[in-house]
Ligand binder design. Sequence first.
Ligand code: PLP
Length: 220
Amino acid sequence: MVLARIRAAEIRAGREPGSVTLIAVSKTFPATAVAEAHRAGLRHFGESYAQEALSKRAEFDAPDIVWHFIGPIQSNKTRPIAAHFDWVHGIDRLRIASRLSEQRPVEMPPLNACIQVNISGEASKSGVSLADLPTLAAEIVGLARLRLRGLMAIPAPGLDDDEQRRAFRKVRDALLSLRESGLDGLDTLSMGMSDDLEAAVGEGATMVRIGTAIFGSRAR
Ligand SMILES: *Cc1c(COP(=O)(O)O)cnc(C)c1O
């Protein structure tokens, strides 16, 4: 169902079918829901709370799962995140990025990281402004145990399709200008949720983070 929506959006945008990675956002849902989605073939899962994710994974985990931390990152939570996730999507401060880099265990590959950009102004406290993005990106690229992959964004709720597309286009343009400025290897646009995945895929999303449309609505 969600995969069909993604395929249709890829085709409409003239993009290769399968080029968008689906991250199943399992926050608030039990380990049994992750197990079921894994049985159905999903391999990327997103969680927003470190403690919840770790207790869930004590009940169900699999070596072929790629775990994404998509929530806000508090500095007292960086250690478990650095040790137990493959990706982090919500970096918006150098201090957090430095801690994650320092705390990434040496036996693990560098932690894949996306910088969260604020494209909704006052409506959101998370995310770096587009003005401050180039400096932050250049600093993060210098961290040894992080691998900067791209940008993540969450548009303000309640936008119509055109407004969603304009918001996502800003993120895509920001990624392109980082690349033009010489930051190579940025290949990821993490954008699109249950209500706006079509607009996001239309504007170049490479990863969509979908909760409700897979698992149903959340109690919190
Ligand atoms: C919860 C969450 C999602 C999933 O949102 P849905 O609307 O349920 O698809 C995606 N991204 C982030 C950062 C989230 O916190």
